[in-house]
Design a protein around this ligand. Sequence first.
Ligand code: MRU
Length: 360
Amino acid sequence: MIREQMLAAEKVKALEWRDKTLYLLDQRLLPQQEHWQGYKTAADVALAIREMRVRGAPAIGVAAAFGIVLAAYQHWAHNAANWQATLEADFAVLAQSRPTAVNLFWALQEMRDCIAALGDDKNPLPAIEAQAVAILNDDREANLYTAQLGLQVIREACSTPQHVMTHCNTGALATAGFGTALGVIRAAYLDGLVKCVHINETRPWLQGSRLTAWELVGEGIPSLLNVDSTAAHLMAQGKITWVIVGADRIAANGDVANKIGTYQLAVLARHHQVKFMVVAPSSTIDMQLESGVDIPIEEREGAEILYLGGQRVAAQINAFNPVFDVTPADLIDVIVTERGIVTQPNKQKMQALMQQSETS
Ligand code: MRU
């Protein structure tokens, strides 16, 4: 039942693949303008990722996969004999677009494996395109299933409508479908378990006030916007019962990299006995990295902090702008993925999650 309701509630899309073109909704312009633009080359897709026209870990991965499809079409047309070698430059430019979200590297590896398996197939393009479409469809399915698992966690813990805080944007705009953390929040709302969503504005790029607010208000989900530094005050007043966030990379021990400010929310949540849930597809889990210390943290231009709407607001000072932070696993109550639910995450439980689903 919830699945049908969720599908009916879907209104927003971040990207679309049609007529051998990747279309992206330009997230720099939302909510003032809904501008779709078509992309034909991997380099342009990489720039769109770098400039955050498309953002959010799963959506970045899907866009990169289609970047490789575009490159394959281009090189096959011009250089059929040597097309696989020519693709290397496109893999490199896409891999350099943003460093933290592991979904980008995961999706590129999926594309690489698919192309390697094709060998010298005389008609490789349909299979390459199908691989990117599968990455997109799998993310949609993962969103829908994960939302139901997250809802189950909330149902088991609570019987009355909850006050949820979320950070950044983890909705349809950040994925190929229903969203991760926002997917759980949506499903819980449809189930009558959300009273109000408190959206952190998410400085400096304002994913909360521009994107999450746009998605939730568009669906009539009761929400309030607050500045990021309101979190402690709200929790001290007992006004938050859950913090539900997404992830850009989860290390093998359950440490989670997510939008800057997530770590302080986890510290606050633990101090105020507020439950802390992380929601992500398993493509966000990086078992190669032992702990969060090893996760590369993107630093962006200081101008994102020094200027607002093109207008300088800061004094003549340099800015430090890391855009992700790492929440240690022991501050996380539960990680929810399409492979299952991990409570009090640690290395053994993360390993079991990844192994068990590979074999089942
Ligand atoms: O810099 P962004 O907007 O790409 O950062 C996005 C986040 O931090 C999200 O929380 C994360 O990617 C999960 S999206 C489902």
